[in-house]
Design a protein around this ligand. Structure first.
Ligand SMILES: [Zn+2]
Length: 449
């Protein structure tokens, strides 16, 4: 038997409640508050996919006007009155029907939440952001929204009073919309972890402020000469203590990246009079507010090395993040170091004595009080460090060279001379003569533990 389709359609027409929630809520809101398309659409932001809130608001207003138009055409007097009340809060979309019904122009109200058309604010903020960012050397960005308190308060109250559970916040909409525009027009990527720049937008003024984020470069350094400090060391009277520093070798980066400061974060440090050879020492340099960010890692190393004239050598290996600084600082405790020391003795020694020394320092624990020479500026504590092994080479009967593999944090000069009994057991103790380290180099920063 054939079904009577027209009767089914008719019934479903009256029973169909699919869009009732949205239309009923929209009617409830617009009876009380004028809302622009964005602010109305935002109250239903979680409904539907791939839509802008502007489109949501516009569609709801169109459908609501159509529904009212239908009841008015069907002769419903109440709907005329309802439309008269709603139209100023709906705005532009209701203006033609309003003029037709009431013979006068519709007086539109400003949006209760944003005070104007949020769409205009988005457009203005996007244009401003694009014109600032297009002049900069950037790859990624992040938008931050600063919303006027009164606006936030009105929006929250509306959501709470009318139980708008599918709404999102004005800040989220702003961030998404401006982000899309920047991506499309400049090809920059939004990055929540480590953006090149933070673009702060204030609502309702559409003011745009930018904050350049620091750039971090990871690398290794070698100190090829003695009397080079790690950081620039200047006395209170402005007189430098040492001719050069690793930090200064990196100063040229500020010029290359047009950054106002560079900060060196190294994984430990060696004495000023010790060279850093062999494996080099890991570090991260932080460049504050760099307006240039494009670079070639190998050219960068070359430029720094030319600038530091063979006193310091740098090899950049990668970019890094702020988290990496903490990692390389924490790694210090897990490092072991390989040193090369040149040692003189007060009386003659021979190879037999030296091989006994090698035998003794095989996994030997050293008790060491903070050395006298640094006690004024370092915490005075007792530390325990392991010497894993040593190797020696006799040069003359009062001069020998020793490779020493030990935990990071061991003061090697004091391991040799004993620091008047504050470091035990020392080379002096074992050799039975006064031993003194006259030259020291770090030849390896290793990670064995
Ligand atoms: Zn609005």
């Amino acid at each position: 038997m054939m079904r009577d389709v027209s009767r089914d359609v008719d019934k479903t027409h009256y029973r169909n409640e699919i869009s009732n929630y949205i239309l009923a809520k929209a009617r409830e809101l617009l009876l009380l508050y004028p809302l622009c398309n964005n602010c109305l659409g935002r109250m239903f932001a979680l409904l539907g996919r791939g839509l802008r809130n502007y489109e949501r608001g516009q569609s709801i207003k169109i459908l609501l006007s159509m529904e009212l138009s239908r009841s008015i055409r069907e002769g419903d007097k109440e709907s005329i009155e309802l439309f008269r009340r709603l139209a100023p809060n709906i705005g532009e979309i209701a203006s033609t029907l309003y003029r037709e019904l009431f013979g006068e122009d519709l007086k539109r109200e400003e949006c209760f939440i944003c005070g104007s058309s949020f769409e205009d604010i988005i457009n203005l903020a996007s244009r401003r952001a694009v014109s600032i960012l297009e002049k900069m050397d950037l790859r990624s960005f992040l938008i931050a929204a600063k919303i006027d308190q009164a606006i936030r308060f009105r929006e929250d109250e509306l959501k709470r009073k009318h139980k708008l559970i599918f709404a999102e916040s004005i800040g989220s909409e702003l961030k998404r919309e401006v982000s899309k525009r920047i991506q499309k027009e400049l090809g920059l990527k939004p990055d929540f972890e480590q953006p090149d720049i933070i673009v702060e937008i204030t609502i309702p003024t559409a003011t745009v402020k930018t904050h350049l984020m620091p750039l971090f470069l990871k690398g290794l350094y070698w100190k090829l000469n003695r009397r080079i400090s790690q950081s620039l060391w200047v006395s209170r009277r402005g007189i430098r203590r040492y001719p050069f520093s690793v930090e200064e070798a990196l100063f040229i980066l500020s010029r290359i990246f047009d950054s106002h400061t560079s900060i060196l974060h190294a994984s430990g440090r060696e004495d000023v009079d010790a060279r850093m050879l062999g494996t080099g020492r890991p570090f991260i340099v932080e460049l504050k507010s760099p307006s240039k960010r494009s670079f070639d890692m190998s050219i960068l190393s070359k430029k720094v090395n030319e600038y530091s004239r063979n006193l310091v050598k740098i090899l950049f290996t990668n970019t890094a993040s702020r988290r990496d600084i903490r990692i390389i600082k924490e790694e210090v405790g897990r490092h072991t170091k390989l040193y090369k020391a040149l040692i003189t003795t007060s009386s003659s020694i021979n190879e037999d004595i030296l091989s006994r020394l090698e035998e003794f320092y095989r996994g030997r624990e050293i008790r060491q009080r903070t050395p006298r020479r640094v006690r004024h500026r370092r915490r005075d504590i007792i530390r325990y460090r392991i010497v894993y092994s040593i190797a020696t080479r006799l040069i003359t009967d009062r001069l020998f060279e020793s490779l020493i593999h030990a935990d990071a944090g061991l003061y090697v000069k004091e391991l040799v001379d004993g620091d008047d009994g504050d470091t035990t057991p020392s080379f002096s103790d074992l050799l039975g003569v006064e031993a003194k380290c006259i030259e020291l180099d770090v030849v390896g920063v290793l990670q064995l533990k």
